[in-house]
Design a protein around this ligand. Structure first.
Ligand code: FES
Length: 124
């Protein structure tokens, strides 16, 4: 691990694509909770399973209009993890950390883990 950066890990299979077609799924890898969800492009996204607002599990939320919604206060996050306000504008100062995901043989794989202890966001 380099500083607060992402941590490289052995390629790890998280779930199959069918597991995320109906909503986000929680997966734990090396003690880190992750949320795997399907973006509007039909590709998976993998984020830390912690809302930057009040730490709720994003995996307990749902996907709406291509955005991942937190179950607590319904903050929305786009496919790159940025908070998107009610005006539809993404805020680059508030984001959920994520890592690249690959799809192989119908399954979602990662080879890094998101940043630990990301910055919290107050109401933008
Ligand atoms: S805890 Fe996620 S929006 Fe408040």
């Amino acid at each position: 691990m380099s500083g607060r950066g992402r941590m490289n890990i052995e390629p790890t299979r998280l779930c199959v694509m069918d597991d995320i077609r109906d909503g986000p799924r929680r997966v734990v890898v090396e003690g880190e909770g992750l949320v795997v969800w399907m973006a509007a492009d039909g590709q998976p996204r993998v984020f830390a399973d912690r809302c930057p607002h009040r730490d709720a599990r994003l995996s307990a939320g749902h996907v709406e209009n291509g955005r991942l919604l937190c179950p607590f206060h319904l903050w929305a996050f786009d496919e790159s993890g940025l908070y998107v306000g009610p005006d539809g504008v993404a805020d680059p100062t508030c984001a959920v950390p994520g890592v690249p995901a690959d799809v192989r043989d119908g399954a979602v794989w990662i080879s890094r883990l998101p940043v630990r202890d990301p910055a919290r966001c107050e109401s933008p």
